[in-house]
Design a protein around this ligand. Structure first.
Ligand code: IPM
Ligand code: MN
Length: 353
């Protein structure tokens, strides 16, 4: 296949992990005979500093040109404590999601056997946990009508039937390919928007008789996720709840640095780690590149190139088994490897495979 890839490194540790993702992409393409062409584009605080817009028109055009976007991270502390900032890096990410119509965010939560002890949860609880959170990504409070006054402010959690139905279809298709269990997470005891979600899901469930559909309030789901994560197979939820629950999910894996995600919908799909820009680690060569590298695996799998994806996963597992790990997951007394060293080890493994 001929790949056109838009690379959006962004802020903080973004540029460092981006390089590792691109190197892995290139190594796989070389091995499997794919052509790949990259175009780099600005986003986030970097784009605000350079052109005054966190998702400039040129970046949008580059995304439309591409078959897929490899995105890293955005965010900068100089905006975090300034509620008066006119424009924020995160708006670039939201603009990208909205303009590309990326309504379905796929966030798998998996465990790695050799990292089970890293989870703050007991090993016997997390062992074998394997679920996917399907987060709605272009609706809800993130995009609803807002008021930001000095004495009064609100965000509106609006959803239409059409928005709910299309994300549920994505969730059901995942459930069908997995263990056929879908949990719809909402707050239907309080929120009108959640009652719409529940109504639409109840109406659709009979179309998927092979899938068990159950419903769970989000507060209860947050608890169940750490009490009994193996309960879940596919979970589907609105934008805000999905944001919160997937950070919680990363704890099950033992590190935020391990979880990739795919955002898909109408236009070019985006592959990105679920973690943020970790500004404190910028330039220190300590950020874990695995979430970015696993996003590249998701990219190939999206195009049905399963062997390519599988080789990346094998290489990642091999690096963990060989204790070639960044500091936050290194075993006591293990050698020191940085972002670059872990990436280079994985590229080398792929070349020799
Ligand atoms: C995520 C992030 C973003 C979100 C931020 C950076 C806007 O936390 O992708 O989960 O809230 O969606
Ligand atoms: Mn988040």
């Amino acid at each position: 296949m001929d790949f056109k890839i838009a690379v959006l490194p962004g802020d903080g540790i973004g540029p460092e992990i981006s390089v590792q993702g691109v190197d892995v992409m290139s190594a796989i393409c070389e091995k499997f005979g794919h052509n790949v062409e990259y175009q780099y584009a600005l986003c986030g605080a970097d784009a605000i500093d350079k052109v005054g817009d966190p998702f400039p028109e040129d970046t949008f055009k580059t995304c439309l040109w591409a078959d897929a976007v490899l995105f890293s991270a955005v965010g900068d502390p100089k905006f975090d404590n300034n509620p008066n900032a006119k424009v924020r890096p995160e708006q670039g990410l939201l603009a990208m999601r909205k303009q590309l119509g990326l309504y379905a965010n796929i966030r798998p939560v998996e465990t790695f056997d050799c990292l089970l002890h890293m989870s703050p949860l007991r090993k016997e609880l997390v062992e074998g946990a394997d679920f996917v959170c399907i987060r709605e990504l272009t609706g809800g409070m993130y995009f609803g009508e807002k008021l930001e006054g000095d004495d009064r402010a609100y965000d509106t959690n609006a959803y239409t039937r059409e928005e709910v139905e299309r994300i549920l279809r994505v969730a059901y298709s995942y459930a069908r390919r997995r263990r056929k269990h879908l949990t719809v997470v909402d707050k239907a005891n309080v929120l009108a928007s959640s009652r719409l979600w529940r109504k639409v899901a109840q109406q659709m469930a009979p179309e998927y008789p092979d899938v068990t559909t159950d419903f769970m309030y989000v507060d209860n789901a947050a608890m169940r996720m750490i009490q009994d994560p193996r309960f879940f197979d596919v979970m589907v939820t609105e934008n805000t709840f999905g944001d919160i629950l997937t950070d919680e999910g990363s704890v099950i894996s033992g590190s935020m640095g391990l979880l990739p995600s795919a955002s898909t919908g109408e236009k070019t799909p985006v592959f990105e780690p679920i973690h943020g820009s970790w500004p404190q680690a910028k330039g220190k060569n300590i950020a874990n590149p695995l979430a970015q590298i696993l996003s590249v695996a998701m990219l190939f799998e999206y195009f049905d190139l399963l062997e390519e994806g599988a080789l990346i996963r094998k290489a990642v597992n091999a690096s963990l088994d060989a204790n070639v790990r960044t500091p936050e997951i290194q075993v006591p007394g293990g050698a020191t490897y940085g972002t670059r060293e872990v990436g280079a080890w994985i590229v080398d493994y792929i070349r020799k495979a």
